[in-house]
Ligand binder design. Sequence first.
Ligand code: BEZ
Length: 230
Amino acid sequence: MENEIIAMPRIGDKAPQFKAVTTQGNINFPADYEGSWVILFSHPADFTPVCTSEFMTFAKLESEFNALNCKLVGLSVDGLFSHIAWLRTIKEKIEYKGMKNVEVKFPLIEDITMEVAKKYGMIQPGESSTKAVRAVFFIDPKGTIRAIIYYPLSLGRNFDELLRALKAMQTADKFQIATPADWVPGEDVIVPPAGSCGMAKERMESKSEDVTCYDWFFCTQKLPIEKLNQ
Ligand code: BEZ
């Protein structure tokens, strides 16, 4: 394992293809998700506390992700029966931060061979060679990886950030803009996206009240929330 070269998919790559058994039946990834965004995420192990808090939160927010045309798919290197028993325990026994009777309806992949986890660079031996790290792959409706976030075993994910990143990428696609640090929907966006200098000069000279330029390379424009949902 130590000397094994592990391929890491990168932003802009097509999501590596795989077929897998999940708690919701078999899936053919990413073909089954064409036309939707999908978040493929891994967790280290069933029946562990950080993972339990994350799964309950993913389940609570699933309808919010779905409303953004985004489906969720989880993975760990545990087997199907472990997954089923853990998710049943969560539903029947765990009450945490006001969440109870939580049913995880999105698929959880069994990956005892680590085939999928290795394909996606989720096994990072410096952290653990027997468990997946907490990886998050944002894959767009055409099957292209658009963002990747990795967290170590001890660090539970920030779900506001996952939702924010998804909304920001969807907004960038829809309006051909970029989003500044800590952007949340309703705040000003960056025009034109970094790299198009000619347009920057045009914007700089714009008389529009909606545009603010801090310098020739840094202009923002209002993008009110009502416009986002049109
Ligand atoms: C957890 O989810 O609590 C956890 C899993 C593996 C290692 C450390 C923490």
